[in-house]
Ligand binder design. Structure first.
Ligand code: 13P
Length: 349
């Protein structure tokens, strides 16, 4: 199957009332782990690469691996997404490479660290939307600022520093026409999200629900959504790691989000923990081993198990065969004739 527009994948998820995990990749084993999980659970999937990942793997290696994943798994709809594009140029280069979706994170300036103004965010995001939609490519924007830092990108601090204002979210969606919108409701990137198990009073689910009511056609995105399970932390620490005690986003909160318009859920840290724990275990227990396959194979298996579990929990499992891919050219026509517009024509409070 050719790579699919992320918009189609999310529209289908909205129809089916489920969420789709967006899993970060840097290398072949991670892509294989995701595809093994997608095949096993019959899930459509979003594979995403940050700027750091594109640099690490080199664009062409990375993209050819994704093409191989699509060719080897013709029954799985795959969208290839740029995670946290910091500028128009980053998004343009991803589109030119063949990505079917980009995130323009205009919540930060192009240094990827300093919060930008609302007007700056609108301006750069709208420019990306114009360029991308003409080519049938999906755009995710961000309003409010997430906490933490990932791959050198992020404002740092707590996820509660810059919570999304629903009025601004509506104005942003109207003025940019984004397909999907990342909102800040208290999550942050990385392993250290919360110092105790967060309950409903920590994550601002009421804000998410209010935004979905006013933007029913814009797919909401939850970033920083690793659950940082204790069993994965324990494996890392048992075999020589030094992780401090920490809590992630409970899966029940993500499922509440999915019932209220969340269609894309970003997960990276849980997979990093699974991979690191598996590698540490092999090297700790059998220090005489030096063939990378001896630890990369269990690492790939460990990541596959996490991804398959999330696919089931998010509800995307079993939906890979629900629909046929619409070509990117058809999607571009839908943007042009307005049939794919997400703009909130009647934004009732
Ligand atoms: P985690 O660090 O919680 O996995 O979040 C990843 C993410 O949001 C990527 O954009």
């Amino acid at each position: 199957m050719p790579l699919v527009s992320m918009r189609q994948l999310l529209d289908e998820a909205a129809k089916g009332g489920y969420g789709v995990g967006a899993f970060n990749v840097n290398d072949m084993e991670q892509i294989q782990a995701i595809m093994m999980a997608a095949k096993e659970t019959k899930s459509p999937v979003i594979v995403q690469a940050s700027r750091g990942a594109r640099q690490f793997a080199e664009d062409l290696y990375l993209f050819r691996l994704i093409e191989a994943a699509a060719e080897l798994n013709p029954e799985i709809p795959i969208a290839m997404h740029q995670d946290h594009g910091n500028s128009f140029e980053t998004c343009k280069s991803a589109i030119e490479l063949g990505f079917t979706s980009v995130m323009m994170d205009g919540s930060l300036k192009s240094d990827g660290k300093t919060p930008s103004t609302f007007e700056e965010n609108v301006e750069v995001t709208r420019k990306v939307v114009d360029f991308a939609h003409e080519r049938g490519v999906t755009v995710e924007g961000e309003i409010g600022v997430l906490g933490g830092v990932e791959d050198g990108h992020g404002a740092g601090g707590s996820g509660l520093d810059h919570i999304t204002d629903p009025d601004q979210a509506v104005e942003f969606a109207e003025r940019t026409g984004v397909d999907a919108l990342a909102i800040a409701i208290g999550t942050s990137h990385g392993a250290y999200k919360f110092t105790k198990k967060p309950d409903g009073s920590v994550l601002k689910m009421d804000i998410l629900i209010a935004i979905h009511k006013r933007l029913p056609k814009t797919h909401l995105v939850m970033h920083g959504s690793s659950s940082v399970p204790k069993d994965l932390q324990d494996i890392v620490n048992k075999y020589g790691g030094k992780l401090k005690e920490t809590w992630g986003v409970p899966v029940e909160e993500i499922q509440l989000g999915i019932r209220n318009g969340v269609r894309k859920i970003n997960v990276d840290t849980d997979n990093r923990l699974a991979i690191t724990g598996a590698i540490r275990k092999v090297l700790w227990e059998t220090p005489e081993k030096f063939d990378p396959r001896d630890y990369l194979k269990p690492a790939r298996e460990a990541m596959k198990a996490v991804v398959a579990l999330r696919m089931t929990q998010f509800g995307q499992a079993g939906h890979a065969g629900d629909y046929k891919p619409v070509s990117i050219e058809e999607i571009a026509k839908g943007y042009k004739d307005g049939s794919l517009s997400t703009r909130p024509l009647v934004a009732s409070k």
